[in-house]
Design a protein around this ligand. Sequence first.
Ligand code: GGG
Length: 353
Amino acid sequence: MIILKIAVIPGDGIGREVIPEGIRVLEQAGKIHGIEFHWTHFNWSCETYHQTGYMMPADAIEQLRAFDAIYLGAVGFPGVPDHISLWGLLIPIRREFDQYINLRPVRLFEGVPCPLAGKKPGDIDMIVVRENVEGEYSNIGGIQYAGTEHEIVIQQSLLTRRGIDRVFKYAFELAQTRAAKHVSSATKSNGIIHTMPFWDKRFAEMGKEYPAIKTDQYHIDIMTANFVLKPEHYDVVVGSNLFGDILSDLGPAITGTIAIAPSANINPEKNFPSMFEPVHGSAPDIAGQNIANPIGAVWAGAMMLQHLGHHQAYNTIMAAIEEVLSESRNLTCDMGGQASTQELGRAVARAII
Ligand code: GGG
């Protein structure tokens, strides 16, 4: 029996409803594949911030260091500024544990109604590789003459050669394992004249190391249009922190629902714990109603097992997700069904044999 020590941070809103379903499914897969989970729950959240002034304690990173992985729900609470929700927990964890790859697969599943006419499963099957610790999400900047008519605000974006080369390398290595062998880069080097031309140059340099991989690059504006008009063109898509974030919400939206999508914040060297979460946020508008779709959280849990080397357990969970979605009996309302969060979670757990 393998023991995995997992730090669980359900966070806010629907994070608290979908994570228990992920745990239910992981426990079931664990029984079959000889994995025992030791879950340690942390109530760190924006709601905690609302009450105490901090989302997680000063020694949070030290506490998390002891775990094999971190399983996160969602962050965001009405009345707590949005930048607190990311900079109070999500971004420090990504940075302190050098989780520089954010992997966000996008797949159209049989049984999930697709908003794009004529698309079949297989037509949309891509993976967004998002640079996760640099770029536009930087704390370099400031404000001057605050509150006056001369107010000036500056927000800097930062890229390092080492930082983006390692992300490109990861994207090309990933493309080598996939049938299409194709990497597309999201850029905006016509308008952003320092960081993005550098991004393009380093992407082209890395491409030379992988002659068997097809490459192309698109400005982010036309790439978002292409995601809707011809998503079948894309296989591996590599983007900066902001562009990757945008594309990985748009991607699952064209497959029917953003709630289906997982996000793996990975430290590939395994020097530190990696973190797994659904792409979606805390959705306060539907929190507490037991209608949130738990598939993003379940799929993220499967990716956690895959990252930790339990490939068969990953395959088992993915097969169960595919089976349950294709039957269309236990879909939540975002996928056109009437099932509750728990009913869908239980159906996936039952499908694990
Ligand atoms: N599932 C975690 C969560 O609440 N994500 C919402 C969000 O705004 N994420 C931004 C990001 O991934 O950088």
